[in-house]
Design a protein around this ligand. Structure first.
Ligand code: FES
Length: 185
């Protein structure tokens, strides 16, 4: 019988001299976030959101910085980061595409959407393109079953997707316009 083990004890932490938690984040933490919570640990999710948003992942060094700021252990921060899907430990692309794969979207053709994206971006689900532009993910129900098939482009939900709509969105991202507006609009 074999065991799969996490390489936590041997993972090398890449460090940089400049802190990941910027002065601006520290000020927001001190003035806006911490006053809302009875204990500093309550501020953990908001500060992690800030870091994820800025760096598109939570570097290990940033987890240590957050732990020190909130007076908790790095293991507590790591537990939280690894629990929530929205926090990534590896850098994601500048545009994260999450195609819903749950039942309504499955029935309405999510596989064709995913296949098209796989071919167009030359990516498998879970991968990031070499140029750092796109990450392709398959997600569980995004709460818009009546407009299936749907996908998130970063934080914007696109509904009733077609291959043409996907092509327009990808083109828009490649031209630097983001994909925040509905492709039919
Ligand atoms: S199944 Fe796709 S949004 Fe619900």
């Amino acid at each position: 019988m074999s065991w799969n083990v996490k390489p936590s004890a041997t993972t090398r932490i890449h460090r940089r001299s400049e802190p990941y938690v910027t002065e601006e984040m520290r000020t927001r933490l001190r003035e806006e976030i911490l006053p809302r919570y009875a204990v500093p640990q309550g501020a953990l999710l908001p500060i992690l959101h800030d870091i994820q948003h800025r760096y598109r992942h939570i570097p290990h060094q940033a987890m240590e910085e957050v732990a020190e700021l909130l007076g908790i252990t790095s293991a507590d921060v790591l537990d939280t980061v690894s629990f929530y899907d929205e926090f990534k430990m590896e850098a994601t692309g500048r545009c994260v595409i999450g195609v819903c794969q749950s039942i309504a979207c499955e029935v309405c053709g999510h596989e064709a959407i995913l296949d098209h994206l796989r071919g167009k971006l030359d990516l498998e689900v879970g991968e990031t393109s070499d140029d750092g532009e796109f990450t392709l993910l398959a997600m569980e129900c995004l709460g818009s079953c009546d407009t299936a098939p749907v996908a998130l482009f970063d934080e914007t939900l696109h509904e009733g997707l077609t291959i043409d709509a996907i092509d327009r969105l990808i083109e828009k991202v490649r031209q630097g316009g983001g994909a925040g507006e509905h492709p039919h609009g």
